[in-house]
Design a protein around this ligand. Structure first.
Ligand code: NDP
Length: 274
């Protein structure tokens, strides 16, 4: 029986992962800004779900939630840094406040949660940290520079983290979903920077296409949750796991593009030593 701590558990991936863990017989500390949204899960799995209030941008509350989880259950086996939201805007359209707020949500919050659980996982000699990144955390495209920057930051931190904590028996899994049917693209969640007419051609279509995809995305969050559990249970857990055919196609194209660009400029790269 594992103990999970999942952020953003009220909706989408967070909720799907919580449900899959509970179905498997595990215990879940489900953290949400609106814990009342988890009342049905608490009722359905008596004694196995703690719904706790947590805004992941509130660093003081992060320490308290981790301490409570350990007090209640004596351990934390899996931390899922899932809470997040989308932001559409050209780099020139995206303000400093918007960038800093999203870094708080996608980077500083997950970093603080990771720091808070690691002493317990090291003591246990086991554990896993799941970072919900995005295919936009592997590569980027016009209109998502700010969003990608926050996910790239999380991925960079996590790649180093994986090497540092492997000797303690702790796994790190970075998940890179494509478009999944969650509340992500809905009006309540998706952020949009103020538009400049100059970027109508490059970013304009995304401003309407992304909200237009709401409820029609190909990805099934329940299947994503099952894939995450399968990867965590594997003897060789991957560092990065793209999810969805769109993500698989785009990550493959990005890898091939990077390889081709490197090959085209390899001579120049190698020609700069003293
Ligand atoms: P949802 O909007 O369905 O869920 C997002 C969750 O994050 C909600 O529970 C929301 O809570 C929570 N949240 C937002 N801000 C905060 C905060 N400050 N503190 C605590 N919780 C917060 O979207 P998804 O399930 O899709 O998103 C989960 C993760 O998946 C995100 O990190 C996102 O970037 C990533 N992702 C999603 C993709 C998709 O297509 N769906 C694609 C790639 C990545 P509340 O209900 O209170 O708003």
């Amino acid at each position: 029986m594992k103990v999970w701590l999942i952020t953003g558990a009220s909706s989408g991936f967070g909720r799907a992962i919580a449900e899959a863990a509970l179905e498997a017989g595990d215990t879940v500390v489900a953290a949400a800004r609106r814990p009342e949204a988890l009342d049905d899960l608490v009722a359905a799995y008596p004694g196995r779900v703690n719904a706790v209030r947590l805004d992941v941008t509130d660093q003081a509350r992060i320490s308290a939630v981790v301490a409570e989880a350990v007090l209640w259950h004596g351990r934390i086996d899996v931390l899922v840094n899932n809470a997040g939201r989308g932001l559409v805007g050209a780099v020139e359209e995206t303000g400093d406040r918007e960038l800093r707020d999203l870094m708080d949500l996608h980077f500083f919050g997950p970093a603080a949660l990771t720091r808070a659980v690691l002493p317990h996982m090291r003591r246990q000699g086991s554990g896993a940290v799941v970072q919900m990144s995005s295919m936009g955390g592997r590569f980027s495209f016009a209109g998502v520079g700010g969003y990608s920057a926050t996910k790239f930051a999380l991925e960079g931190l996590s790649e180093a983290l994986a090497a540092e904590v492997a000797p303690f028996g702790i796994k790190v899994l970075v998940v890179e979903p494509g478009a999944f049917r969650t509340a992500f693209a809905g009006e309540r969640a998706l952020l949009q920077s103020a538009a400049l007419p100059e970027y109508e051609a490059s970013v304009g279509p995304l401003r309407s296409d992304l909200p237009g995809s709401d409820g029609k995305q190909p990805g099934d969050p329940a299947k994503a949750a099952a894939a995450i559990i399968r990867a965590l249970d594997a003897a060789e857990t991957p560092l990065r796991l793209p999810l969805g055919n769109d993500a698989a196609d785009a990550v493959a194209a990005s890898l091939e593009g990077a390889r081709a660009e490197f090959a085209a400029w390899e001579d120049v790269a190698r020609g700069t030593d003293f």
